[in-house]
Design a protein around this ligand. Structure first.
Ligand SMILES: [Zn+2]
Length: 337
């Protein structure tokens, strides 16, 4: 059992995350292991999911997440732990989340809500992702949003709720979360593991340096949002700046069957970022839409899934704004564009 925990730590050190395969192993291992100690493994899984939510509550950032949701969530978790009726609190919590998502497009709250919904499934039955229908699924990317598990969703909420972090700090937060998760999983089962980071300090400092640039041109601003974006031009209308870019990220491999797609066409997508002073900023992204040629594959078409997804772009935007002087400079660039 301890061996699995060390394997997991190594994965986090190498990749920065703990993939679903490894998490499934942790959830399953506690089955064989706790069986000997006569501890119900379901209780271990449930406790581990509860601890994830408690971590979010403990580190709650009121600048990015409304306090009222924290209060409802605290009551809900207390009721679950005391094994009393919690339906009412769950409904109120969800209503408040939905309001925040609709009004503010707050994806952190979206992930938190999904984390709690999944926890309720674990509490009522068991970890859904351990059921047979998910046997062949090995990565979080293969799941729909409403199938994502509590630990994964909590990691995203925890990572992005610190609105002023740069890319380096965010990656570090993700890593820290998963190390915490592995230690917690060990702890619940009465195991002690000693974690010592193998990553050197110089490596960390170099990574940090890369992330603190000041903006001088719209091209640079574009690159800071997503390094794969190539600036084409920008348009202004009614205080909205639309920056046209080409997404250089490419991957013709079908995410479902793994076959290389040959047919493609251009696809234009929009991504709203937020405000720079009085300017509303949005990107018009030209990318590739591939068609899977495998007749046995369920996927008809797909856009290559860039590692810099919507969450990352939004977080980069907030971070650029937070660096002193940047907002004024970018505002001027837009005024003169
Ligand atoms: Zn396919």
């Amino acid at each position: 059992m301890e061996e699995l925990f060390y394997e997991c730590i190594e994965e986090v050190e190498t990749t920065g995350a703990l993939n679903l395969v490894k998490r499934k192993q942790i959830w399953k291992e506690c089955e064989t292991d706790s069986h000997e100690q006569n501890v119900n493994s379901r209780i271990v899984r449930k406790q581990l999911a509860i601890e994830c939510i408690k971590k979010i509550i403990k580190d709650w950032n009121i600048n990015s997440m409304p306090e009222i949701i924290k209060n409802y969530l605290t009551v809900l978790i207390q009721e679950i732990e005391r094994k009393v009726e919690f339906k009412n609190s769950f409904d109120i919590f969800r209503l408040e989340c939905e309001k925040e998502i609709t009004e503010k497009d707050n994806f952190c709250i979206g992930y938190l809500e999904q984390a709690v919904k999944h926890l309720i499934k674990i509490v009522n039955a068991d970890e859904p992702l351990l059921s047979q229908e998910y046997n062949a699924i090995d990565s979080d990317e293969e799941l729909d949003f409403d199938e994502l598990d509590t630990s994964y969703c909590c990691c995203i909420t925890w990572k992005y709720q610190m609105i002023q972090g740069n890319e380096f700090e965010r990656r570090n937060r993700e890593r820290t979360f998963w190390i915490w998760y592995i230690e917690k999983a060990a702890d619940i089962q009465g195991k002690k593991i000693e974690y010592r980071s193998k990553l050197s300090n110089t490596h960390k400092i170099e990574e940090k340096k890369k992330c603190e640039r000041k903006i001088r041109t719209i091209e640079e601003f574009t690159k800071e949002i997503n390094g794969d974006f190539e600036y084409i031009g920008c348009e202004k209308k009614n205080k909205i700046v639309t920056i046209s870019v080409l997404n250089l990220y490419d991957n013709p491999i079908c995410p479902v069957c793994g076959q290389i797609a040959n047919r493609k066409k251009d696809f234009i997508g929009m991504a709203e970022m937020g405000k720079i002073m009085n300017w509303k900023v949005q990107f018009k992204v030209k990318e590739r839409l591939y068609f899977c040629d495998n007749t046995e594959c369920d996927k008809i078409n797909f856009i290559p899934k860039s590692p810099c997804d919507y969450k990352e772009k939004k977080a980069n935007f907030v971070n650029i704004k937070s660096i002193q002087g940047n907002e004024e400079v970018i505002n001027e660039l837009f005024n003169n564009a």
